[in-house]
Design a protein around this ligand. Structure first.
Ligand code: GRG
Length: 300
């Protein structure tokens, strides 16, 4: 593996917002280089949908887990970028009139509002293979690349993200119990977070146990993040969220089973469970633990 390159912007500070911004800047430069030039409407719309100011939390998790295993940033940034391409596709498709019908995304007109529905569908269709191409092109062993590709295919496929979206749209059940909603949230949000935290261990050639621990941590954090999103839909505002609020009242959220105060307790206990997973861990995990802390802060 090539020599580790430091990320000075990120490591200089102890503050999560600054570190998050540092990762975001670096992953955006990587995404910029990986996306096609805007010479066609499709390519312009792809760039619009990817380079439009996401928080890049999943990228931060890739960076934080990779830093545990001294993975070179030239590698981890590309894996983070692949995840952001998938994240952007899922948001573009989620916003479509036939899905969530959202006009606003990341504070700007959603892709179909800016470029039309046909283009938005094709933007999503084009971002998925680009993500896999980025992983396939990594200067790593075929074994590691296949593991990264296969695991990503699993988490975003018909037993992962897409299954979660089917349930979210009410096209597939069940949704009547609290456990059903937790499963929906695991699929829709948790598994991609789990992948983002596991990849550091995969890239670092870590043990199966490390992979499992980091994946479980990310899964819990993702579930708490989704619960926070549900809570903010009721208690947040459009300016902070960059999308319309109050749209999820007819959706399958934990608020169908508990009030907002109880949801806050559930978010806190899920974050606690995530933190506990890392407590016996001998490595330095404070960068990872900053994300549950960041989520928890938003409900206090
Ligand atoms: C279309 C197959 C398919 C799936 C869509 C991602 C998704 C599934 C739906 C988006 C709606 C939503 C609220 C999903 C929950 C996960 C979530 C909170 C996504 C938004 O992630 P952020 O806040 O977004 O990290 P940024 O814009 O920062 O990347």
């Amino acid at each position: 593996m090539e020599k580790s390159q430091p990320l000075p912007l990120i490591l200089k500070t102890d503050s999560l917002p600054e570190r998050l911004l540092g990762v975001a800047r670096e992953v955006e430069a990587t995404l910029d280089s990986l996306l096609p030039q805007p010479t066609t409407q499709l390519h312009e719309a792809m760039r619009y949908s990817v380079l439009n100011g996401g928080k890049r939390i999943r990228s931060y998790l890739v960076w934080a887990s990779s830093s545990l295993f001294d993975v070179p940033s030239s590698i981890s940034l590309k894996v983070a970028a692949a995840i952001e391409l998938i994240q952007a596709y899922s948001l573009v498709h989620d916003d479509l009139p036939s899905m969530d019908n959202a006009d606003l995304r990341r504070g700007k007109p959603s892709c179909h509002k800016a470029f039309g529905e046909e283009t938005a569908i094709l933007v999503g269709d084009a971002l998925i293979p680009r993500a896999f191409e980025v992983l396939a092109d990594l200067p790593l062993s075929a074994e590691v690349r296949i593991e990264l590709i296969k695991k990503l295919a699993e988490v975003i496929g018909s037993q992962g993200l897409v299954a979660g979206q089917m349930r979210d749209l009410g096209q597939e059940g069940p949704q009547s119990k609290r456990e059903d909603v937790l499963e929906l949230q695991r699929l829709k949000t948790g598994v991609l977070f789990g992948y983002a935290t596991e990849v550091g261990a995969i890239l670092g050639g870590a043990s199966l146990e490390d992979c499992q621990t980091l994946r479980s941590f990310g899964l819990k954090v993702g579930q708490a993040f989704q619960m926070l999103d549900d809570w903010l839909d009721v208690h947040g505002n459009e300016a902070d969220m960059g999308k319309a609020c109050g749209k999820d009242t007819s959706k399958y959220t934990l608020l169908n089973f508990m009030d907002a105060e109880a949801l806050k307790v559930k978010i806190s206990s899920t974050l606690e469970e995530a933190n506990l997973l890392l407590s016996p861990y001998e490595r330095k995990v404070e960068h990872l633990l900053a994300i549950p802390a960041y989520i928890g802060k938003q409900i206090t």
